[in-house]
Design a binder for this molecule. Structure first.
Ligand code: SAM
Ligand code: DTB
Ligand code: SF4
Length: 314
């Protein structure tokens, strides 16, 4: 997009960041109420359909082949395994089922099997989401054809900082896949991770890219780093909770219609922190005892929390 036609400039985002905390979250919550039911959240369940052995070197990730982590390499699961887990997810209340693979990119030889998985999950009346690494344009078109609803592909941080986190691909590679997904008519899910060692300005630059997309993403996951033993980021400093909430609030203000997902890292947030994130505009979570390779906040815990807050699922 031409710089002059940007919906939000970095200066605007910095000004939001500098607002007194109460003013910022009040503004975000007011905008949230105009566009969403504040007492409803969307829930997705994640499944790792191909675990470990990834050739990329993302410094946060348990599944990169470059680091010595506890993750065991598994091959692509069967369609039957996926159906079993999708049924369980539906029974526990999820409305969307997200299938993730530790791949650099989707290989054409796996495309048909992936499409069978999407069709089978759709048959259960669940929304479908995939996150498989980079796609080619024709692959995105083919996934749309078989009924895929969402594709997740995170930008993770600012363009500058991203090159410190991953050396095996570029920010532009990520943007290219996102544009194939958008052009194919698949809904876009793209967001970030906080806790990679980035500064607040990198977080604002990420939001700047997301909110200035010609069509804003339907879904923006904000992950808090899950520290993985054996990765370069295993001992990173904790993210400040108020900084995290500010990022949620600014995402809400700048992308009013988007579902902002409080993603990885909820397990290390207390209930009051999660409640403030919901107040500031988060309205989607990953639901299920596991994320891809790490623990999520448990289903039982989440049920109690949602009851305490009188939040219902969409
Ligand atoms: N391989 C694909 C890719 O990277 O696009 C899909 C799977 S990958 C695990 C999906 C996303 O999960 C990453 O882009 C990152 O944002 C998030 N993620 C991975 N490891 C994480 C961690 N340890 N803590 C928080 N988020 C993480
Ligand atoms: C997203 O933004 N977060 C999810 C999903 N999209 C694919 C992944 C979180 C992974 C957390 C670490 C793990 O379990 O391996
Ligand atoms: Fe591979 Fe994705 Fe992990 Fe990066 S984040 S190492 S691409 S699985």
């Amino acid at each position: 997009m031409n710089k002059n036609t940007k919906k939000w400039k970095l200066d605007d985002l910095e000004n939001l960041y500098r607002l007194p905390f109460n003013d910022l979250i009040f503004k975000a919550h007011s905008i949230h109420r105009e566009h969403h039911d504040p007492n409803k959240i969307q829930v997705s369940t994640l499944m790792s359909i191909k675990t470990g052995g990834c050739p990329e070197d993302c410094k946060y990730c348990s599944q990169s082949i470059k680091y010595n982590t506890d993750v065991e390499i598994e091959k692509l699961l069967s369609v039957e395994d996926v159906i079993d887990q999708a049924k369980a997810a539906k029974d526990s209340g999820a409305s969307r089922f997200c299938m993730g693979a530790a791949w650099r990119n989707l290989n054409d030889s796996n495309l048909e099997k992936i499409k069978d998985m999407v069709k089978a999950v759709k048959n259960l009346n669940l929304e479908t989401c995939l996150t498989l690494g980079m796609l080619k344009k024709e692959q995105a078109d083919s996934l749309k054809e078989c009924g895929l609803d969402y594709y997740n592909h995170n930008l993770d941080s600012s363009e500058e900082y991203y090159s410190k986190v991953v050396s095996t691909r570029t920010y532009q590679d990520r943007l290219n896949t996102l544009s194939y997904v958008r052009d194919a008519g698949i809904k876009v899910c793209t967001g970030g991770i906080l806790g990679l060692g980035e500064e607040n300005i990198d977080r604002l630059k990420l939001i700047e890219v997301l909110c200035n997309m010609e069509e804003q993403p339907e879904s923006v996951p904000m992950n808090k780093l899950v520290k993985i033993d054996g990765t370069p980021y295993s001992e990173n400093e904790n993210v400040d909770n108020f900084d995290f909430i500010r990022v949620i609030a600014i995402s809400r203000i700048t992308m009013p219609k988007t579902f902002v997902r409080l993603s990885a890292g909820r397990d290390s947030m207390n209930d009051e922190m999660q409640a403030l994130c919901f107040f500031a505009g988060a309205n989607s979570i990953f639901y299920g005892d596991e994320l891809l390779t790490t623990k999520n906040s448990s289903i039982n815990h989440d049920k109690v929390l949602m009851d305490k807050l009188s939040i219902k699922t969409l």
